[in-house]
Design a protein around this ligand. Structure first.
Ligand code: AMP
Length: 425
């Protein structure tokens, strides 16, 4: 038997992991510029947190959670998303006493038992932000712009921003009545899943991927036509802020997204380069979630994006993500008598911040040079008995073939000057 990564999961091999590191570092630095601070929450939580937070009728809770009973008899779930855990942490640590709003960002794996396909996995990696403690529409605009700015900064050029408003608990209930009236008359045309959705939470009808249900629902009433005055003013203000900032958007009244906690603003950033799973990221406001989870009221807004889809979009558009491995110096030991000296030179090169590598398999000089070439080393540094006796080290520029002898003691600083001053061609 040969083991393989479980269905819907994958190994992130170095070449890809380096690109992801680049994307994640870019995210962390722009999130910080906008005032967000890092937070990490456990990978698993009490099942009830997600069932209550995301909503009993959602596909995530109904079908996609990795849930198990631990040895203490507790029902535990691998986190399918990052917002409910952060709202839990907000309450648990009294963050409503911190300067408001509290702005946090996170990065980590999420787990959903979905049908795997390109851009959809069972373990995937999200980067996200949450801002808690204010319902100011400026914050909605900020979060949306942050998502767009980040994607743009790493090389996504063509994106569509879709926005909508889900209203509040008051206007939503009159809308749900209208939606129910509409769906009740057409229930026989809907799939069995939708019949269940109709009973538990009719808003979830919009999640159905069945084309026949989609056709029926195309004529359904739209939430944005039912917004109360407060929600309408809020949505107008969000649009006003976006307009002032020169951000283009489309209004998509069907943008309910797959989670029950959204109120007012919802948004999604899509790329035409991603195929069926075209949402790079999305999010929205969740003004009732903290209370739903048993805490004090705390309005909030956030987004999450999947690094897999972001990387796909960047590569499709820009061809390349920076961050790949670059070897500055390969230290060649000319014979066995100088292996420790070669080791010490590699250490000193690393001390200068150079990426230095050497041979660990007793290769011949030729073998070492072949490896240096394969690894793409910019320089080779030869350590040999004669050079050592003379206090020298021979450097070879692997691109031009030029060679020179330099004092061994000064070689690391000399090479560092060369490497850091001359950009790679
Ligand atoms: P959501 O948490 O459902 O709002 O999704 C936010 C973002 O996470 C999406 O736009 C995707 O980029 C990513 N995402 C969600 N589910 C998956 C999945 N199963 N596989 C890969 N990426 C996902």
């Amino acid at each position: 038997m040969r083991f393989k990564a479980p269905k819907g999961t994958y190994d992130v091999l170095p070449e890809k992991a380096e690109k992801w590191e680049f994307l994640e570092e870019a995210a962390r630095s722009i999130f910080k510029i906008y005032g967000y601070r890092p937070i990490e929450t456990p990978i698993f939580e009490a099942t009830e947190l997600f069932a209550r937070g995301i909503g009993e009728a959602t596909d995530i809770v109904q079908k996609e959670m990795y849930t198990f009973t631990d040895k203490g008899g507790r029902s535990i779930t691998l986190r399918p998303e990052g917002t409910a855990p952060i709202v839990r942490a907000h309450e648990e640590h009294g963050m409503s006493q911190w300067p408001q709003p509290v702005k946090l960002y996170y990065a980590g794996s999420m787990f959903r038992y979905e049908r795997p396909q390109a851009g959809r996995y069972r373990q995937f990696y999200q980067l996200g932000v949450e801002a808690l403690g204010s319902n100011d529409p400026a914050l909605d605009a900020e979060v949306i712009i942050l998502l767009l700015e980040y994607c743009r900064s790493v090389g996504v050029k063509e994106m569509d921003l879709l926005i909508s408003s889900m209203g509040c608990s008051e206007c939503r209930s009159s809308y749900i009545e209208a939606l129910k009236d509409f769906a009740r008359e057409r229930i026989s045309k809907l799939c069995p899943d939708c019949a269940r959705r109709f009973e538990v939470n009719p808003l979830r009808l919009f999640d159905c991927k069945n084309p026949a249900c989609g056709e029926v629902l195309a004529g359904a009433p739209k939430m944005i036509d039912y917004l109360c005055d407060g929600c309408r003013v809020h949505f107008e203000s969000v649009k006003g802020h976006l307009g002032k900032a020169g951000v283009g958007y489309k209004i998509d009244p069907t943008l309910v997204r797959g989670l029950d906690y959204y109120t007012r603003t919802t948004f999604e950033v899509q790329s035409g380069y991603l195929g069926a799973q075209n949402a790079i990221g999305g999010g929205g406001r969740y003004d009732g979630l903290a209370e739903e989870l048993g805490g004090a009221p705390a309005p909030g807004i956030g987004f999450a994006l999947g690094i897999e889809r972001l990387a796909m979009a960047v590569e499709a558009e820009s061809g390349k993500i920076p961050g790949e491995y670059e070897l500055d110096v390969f230290v060649v030991a000319v014979d066995d008598s100088v292996r420790v000296d070669a080791f010490m030179l590699a250490q000193r090169l690393r001390g200068e911040g150079l990426v230095a590598e050497m041979d660990y398999l007793g290769r011949s000089i030729k073998g070492q040079l072949k490896l240096a070439d394969k690894l793409g080393a910019r320089f080779a540094a030869f350590v040999g008995p004669e050079e050592l006796a003379a206090g020298l080290c021979r450097l070879k520029n692997m691109v031009t073939g030029e060679q020179e002898d330099v004092p061994l003691g000064g070689a690391p600083a000399y090479l560092a000057d060369k490497v850091f001053e001359e950009p790679v061609k």
